[in-house]
Design a protein around this ligand. Structure first.
Ligand code: GAP
Length: 488
């Protein structure tokens, strides 16, 4: 990361704390590594992102329904899904600092440094070499790559590395009151398995016909080793996942469909398309047939925000084997090739999986701007503004009576009562109006309305737009609809 990028990232982290978006967990006890809490503005923004995703999946697609499965699942779930045996990352320890690294992150970090120094070609070659070695699980080759390039530990500064080993990322705990007798269960590392084990319950009770999807949002837990990039990589985080069940043989087309549809969802928030790119996987997860990431240009570089995975019938087949319950679907549609119904089969699955916290970071880092304002008198001023898309901003409208007297607060309160059933409003009487505008800019409120003495005469108010800072007078009676139109 260049110094400029680093400064920008640090500024966003500080801003997130100062304005009640994100706090370190248990901060009074010096925090807990890679665990974060969301404050008043952060929890609103996070909820709005979740709702925007949920609506796009379950309201705008008639063939997608939602569920809310428990975090704890029968331990056999994770044996069947392959997570007990395969959900591990190759790790390497530095013998001097005793610090452990994920091998791919260590090498990627080195490649980032090369890029910053202008050695893009060498960085690309190293990453390609790493991808090829990872695809073959060639740990000796990866260690050699680290040693040949003299990749150092950031703490000790030495190249004194152990061999590479696998490290499982699942957290476990005990179910039951007496620890020795209790069963080991896991905190789910992905929400997807709650969908797979409920496949038949949902298909039957909601009378779904293939192709159809099941969507879910909820917490997931991973004992991440490298966890030092704010809310980008957390140990407790939230996923928004959708499993789309399709007829075998059609998964390639559905994979292309969802790859495009998910990018369009991101762009529907008005974010610059040049900040997005796809990254097709070479090394596939144990369940995947085809897979790609949607990457975004975060202040720490282009990084994954969402994964689209063609998971074949792997998960349902595994659950059928381990549970001994049939996971089949009867397809009554006629196969033109045979003239007969498609009949019984285990559906194939295309998954879309996005991290809610990572999407939050995307919105925050895309929205954060330090701006210089040229004033009419020739002087300049500055402001920090969050250009959060109107639809998901924590507050949609700030209602600001110019003074605390002359009946202005009463008019403002009436407007507040009219609008608050429809969208989140913020009311404030204190401080000069310019100062109040700046505070709203800093938390991303798209509209501010000022009630002044003229309001009493002609029922008009000043509306001020966050992004352009333009102000105009409109009828008080038009405020609610103007905001509603922008945020719906
Ligand atoms: N069910 C598939 C699955 O879990 P994944 O690529 O491991 O796939 C999906 O995770 C998404 O979850 C990622 O694209 C990322 O946005 C988010 N995610 C994964 N690990 C995370 C972590 N430690 N902290 C925050 N978000 C994470």
């Amino acid at each position: 990361m260049s110094t400029q990028q680093d400064n920008n990232f640090q500024a966003i982290i500080s801003h997130a704390k100062e304005y009640g978006f994100v706090f370190q967990s248990s901060e009074i006890y010096d925090g807990l590594s890679a665990v974060y809490d969301y404050g008043p503005n952060g929890s609103e923004l996070k909820k709005n992102i979740r709702d925007y995703w949920w609506k796009s999946m379950t309201q705008l697609h008639e063939n997608i329904v939602g569920i809310d499965a428990a975090i704890f699942m029968h331990p056999t779930t994770w044996k069947a899904s392959g997570h007990v045996d395969n959900f591990s990352d190759p790790m390497i320890d530095n013998k001097d600092s005793k610090k452990r690294y994920r091998v791919d992150h260590l090498i990627e970090g080195f490649a980032d440094e090369l890029e910053t120094k202008g050695e893009e070609q060498k960085a690309r070659e190293i990453l390609q070499h790493m991808d090829a070695l990872l695809a073959k699980d060639d740990y000796a080759g990866l260690k050699k790559l680290i040693e040949d390039n003299k990749i150092k530990c950031a703490v000790s500064g030495t190249c004194n590395w152990t061999d590479i080993r696998q490290f499982n990322l699942m957290f476990d705990t005990k179910l039951g009151s007496v620890t020795d007798e209790a069963d080991t269960i896991y905190l789910r590392p992905e929400t997807a398995q709650g969908i797979f084990v409920n496949f038949l319950n949902v298909q039957k009770t909601a009378r779904m016909k293939i192709p159809f999807g099941i969507a879910q949002t909820g917490k997931a837990f991973r004992n991440e080793i490298v966890a030092r990039q704010f809310i980008f990589r957390m140990r407790e985080f939230e996923q928004m996942e959708m499993q789309f069940f399709v007829r075998p043989g059609t998964e390639g087309d559905w994979y292309k469909y969802w790859k495009e549809a998910r990018l369009q969802w991101h762009l529907s928030l008005g974010i610059d398309p040049s900040k997005y790119r796809y990254h097709d996987h070479i090394k596939l997860a144990h369940y995947a047939k085809e897979a790609c990431d949607i990457e975004f240009e975060f202040p720490i570089g282009f990084k994954e925000v969402e994964g689209i995975h063609s998971r074949s019938d792997f998960d349902l087949t595994q659950h059928q084997v381990y549970s001994k319950k049939k996971m089949q679907y009867f397809d009554a549609d006629i196969d033109e090739a045979t003239g007969k119904p498609y009949g019984n089969y285990i559906p194939y699955v295309v998954e879309t999986s996005i991290g809610l916290d990572r999407m939050f970071l995307l919105i925050l880092s895309n929205a954060y701007h330090e701006e210089t304002i040229n004033k009419e008198d020739g002087t300049t001023d500055s402001r920090v503004v969050l250009h959060i898309p109107e639809k998901i901003a924590p507050n949609k409208l700030a209602i600001l009576p110019l003074t605390k007297k002359d009946g202005l607060p009463e008019i403002a309160r009436e407007l507040m009562n009219e609008c608050k059933p429809y969208f989140k409003c913020f009311y404030e009487e204190k401080d000069a109006i310019g100062k109040r505008y700046r505070r709203q800019d800093a938390i991303g409120t798209p509209f501010c309305v000022t009630i002044d003495h003229q309001t009493k005469e002609d029922n008009t108010v000043t509306i001020r737009y966050r992004d352009s800072m333009l102000q105009e007078r409109i009828l008080l009676s038009k405020v609610k609809d103007l905001v509603l139109e922008a945020v719906m």
